[in-house]
Design a protein around this ligand. Structure first.
Ligand SMILES: *Cc1c(COP(=O)(O)O)cnc(C)c1O
Length: 372
């Protein structure tokens, strides 16, 4: 076996820091020298800039993207006995958040576009259903018109897990701003990654905003008076400062991700065994930001092995396990479309450290596997 020509990790974590080392250190030094650690000006600035970027009325920095969903659900009044419909094709955190507020996660299929399938949502509505939670997976936003129509017809709330979709749009509107609340994650490998855990909740609802503000900081109001039960789930001011810096470059980052997706499309669009994610210009209603580049491959295992030997890191998302397959959590659902998707899915590298040459190398390696 010959050594690979290149080494392309799936996600180069250190680059998150190294790519802007000096600017980041300057921001961190400034915050630390002033001892501004918890809910300080940088956090307020970042929240204002984030809500502005997304076109939302309110934004709150919280400890992580999972807390964001838990706090959002609590603020929206989801409680024990309620059912929330969400896709099985998501991270366990989405379902866990529903469980943690005492409600029941009801798992639905994904459609051909890999997103929550509105028709399957309809089939799962019962008298206990309170909310639909679309997950804006891989940087794409669901058809929110179809889902909102179902929600309106049945008197349900829409709660969005937009952990993977900061900057993504449907019909010109930002992921996270359609429902009663939307959540974002700043986990390092997410679109806007920080150096640990971080998250945010956005909402256009003043009442829900007030509850979120209390829930994330011990139930304390702006005067520091405890007026409700709350948690400690605040975005560190240091992280807020770094995220605020990174947000300034975020539009360029998205443009670059879309460029990489276009290169993959151009290089791999003719390979019969592959189903690629929609190209950046495939549908004017969708503005996708490519948190991930997840394709389907009939010969997934063999392809993955070939890419590993070529020095290319790939991932089978969530270790290949959709939520309904976690039998220890009591799920007994049969979701054949989701099962089939998880037998075929594979993620190619998609991150800000990739050069055009890296992308060409990945494309050439995939093509070589298929004898092209
Ligand atoms: C990352 C992620 C979360 C959780 O975010 P954390 O910040 O890791 O807690 C929730 N849902 C989805 C779809 C995610 O990808």
């Amino acid at each position: 076996m010959t050594a690979a020509e290149r080494s392309i990790p799936f996600f180069p974590y250190s680059q998150l820091f190294l790519a802007r080392e000096e600017e980041i250190l300057a921001v961190m030094t400034d915050v630390c020298r002033r001892g501004a650690y918890i809910l300080q000006q940088e956090c307020r600035d970042f929240e204002a800039n984030l809500s502005n970027f997304m076109g939302a009325k309110h934004a709150f920095g919280v400890a992580n993207g999972t807390d964001a969903i838990i706090i959002g659900l609590r603020a929206a009044g989801i409680k024990a006995g309620d059912e929330v419909i969400l896709p099985s094709h998501t991270y366990i955190a989405t379902a866990a958040a529903v469980h943690m507020v005492g409600a029941t996660p009801v798992l639905a299929e994904c459609g051909a576009d890999h997103m929550l399938d509105p028709e399957d949502v309809l089939r799962r509505i019962t008298s206990r259903t309170r909310a639909i939670m679309p997950v804006q997976i891989n940087g794409r936003t669901c058809d929110m018109v179809a889902l909102q129509e179902i929600a309106d017809d049945h008197g349900l709330l829409v709660c969005e897990d937009a952990a993977q979709a900061l900057g993504s749009k449907f019909d010109g509107q930002s992921a996270g701003t359609f429902g009663v609340f939307g959540t974002i994650s700043f986990y390092p490998a997410k679109l806007l990654g920080c150096f640990g855990d971080g998250g945010a909740i956005v909402t256009n609802d003043d009442m829900v905003a007030e509850k979120i503000g209390l829930l994330r900081d011990h139930g304390r109001n702006e005067d520091g008076v405890v007026v409700a039960w709350g948690l400690n789930s605040r975005l560190d001011n240091l992280h807020a400062a770094v995220l605020d810096l990174k947000l300034k470059f975020f539009r360029e980052d998205i443009a670059r991700r879309r460029e990489i997706a276009a290169l993959y499309q151009e290089g791999l669009g003719d390979v019969d065994d592959l189903v690629l994610p929609p190209a950046p210009d495939a549908d004017p209603r969708h503005f996708d930001v490519y948190q991930n580049y997840e394709l389907e491959a009939g010969q997934r295992s063999e392809l993955r092995e070939h890419l590993t030997e070529s020095g290319i890191g790939t991932i089978i998302q969530w270790a290949g396990t959709p939520v309904h397959q976690f039998k220890d959590l009591g799920f007994t659902d049969h979701l054949p479309k989701t099962d089939e998707f998880f037998r075929r899915c594979l993620m190619l590298p998609m991150n800000m450290a990739l050069s055009d040459e890296d992308v060409s190398y990945v494309v050439a390696s995939v093509r070589r596997f298929y004898g092209k």
